[in-house]
Design a protein around this ligand. Structure first.
Ligand code: GLP
Length: 241
């Protein structure tokens, strides 16, 4: 793993966006694996600015997102589809038909997950997978567990994740209890992985992911086995390393 330590969130966002831009510039029809949460928002701002400046062209880019809350459709402002449209897709010239997010409106978990696995198999290898990290070490919505789950699956969100994500919802009761997420196998198949982490509340999880044992109790620790993983983290997130 290559670890890039940056001063603050702004530098993190610029660094991550530069790495993603490099992928798009070297392969205009690349497949990007994208993430939600507050961590990549600044990265998306930077990418949108590079598009505005005429540096980037997204017209041949395809994207697959990591996860989606079960029960929320794309018009719900807490859904990850809505997040992606707002923070990136509507700001660049990506063809929305080439952007994929698991279908949170499908109540049939098996059907939804197997359709997403089929999509991932058919679309081709993800060139670069962007990740955040949960305070409990989750990636996508792969929560700490007793084994790594390979494919797209339905998860019961842990209380820690519900607590961490309730800040985005009107109340804790509104946080969905389930999500569809790419599995660890789906994520690890990407040619390269870029994880961004900022803030003190990520310090423990990041230390466990980078220096602890590789264990499903800290899903992000699997990245130690990826041949081309880059971690961009600010000083606060690196404070326990
Ligand atoms: C969410 C998402 C993850 C994200 C994580 C961290 O639960 N499913 O993909 O990386 O939380 O979020 P944040 O960046 O807001 O701290």
């Amino acid at each position: 793993m290559k670890v890039i330590k940056v001063k603050n969130y702004e530098e993190l966002s610029r660094t991550a966006a530069t790495i993603i831009a490099g992928t798009i510039l070297s392969k205009p029809d690349c497949i990007l694996g994208l993430a939600t949460g507050s961590s990549p928002v600044g990265t998306y701002d930077q990418l949108a600015a590079m598009y505005e400046d005429g540096i980037l062209d997204f017209s041949h880019v395809k994207s697959v997102n990591l996860d989606e809350y079960v029960g929320l459709d794309g018009s719900n402002d807490q859904s990850y589809r809505y997040f992606m449209n707002k923070n990136l897709f509507s700001r660049v010239n990506i063809d929305i038909k080439n952007t994929y997010v698991p279908d949170g409106t499908n109540p049939d978990a098996d059907a939804c997950c197997s359709a997403y696995n089929t999509l991932l198999e058919n679309i081709g290898t993800v060139d670069l997978q962007l990740l955040g990290i949960g305070p409990n070490g989750h990636i996508g919505f792969n929560e700490p567990a007793d084994h790594f789950e390979a494919g797209t699956h339905c998860v019961d969100l842990t209380d820690a994740t519900i607590q961490a994500n309730k800040r985005f919802f009107a109340s804790e009761e509104d946080v969905p209890r389930k999500a569809y997420t790419m599995g660890i196998g789906n994520i690890m198949r990407a040619k390269s992985i870029l994880l961004v982490a900022n803030g003190k509340n990520k310090a423990k999880a990041l230390a466990a992911a980078l220096k602890g044992p590789v264990t499903p109790q800290c899903p992000a620790s699997i990245l130690q086995f990826h041949p081309n993983a880059i971690i961009v983290a600010d000083e606060d997130a690196m404070s326990e390393l």
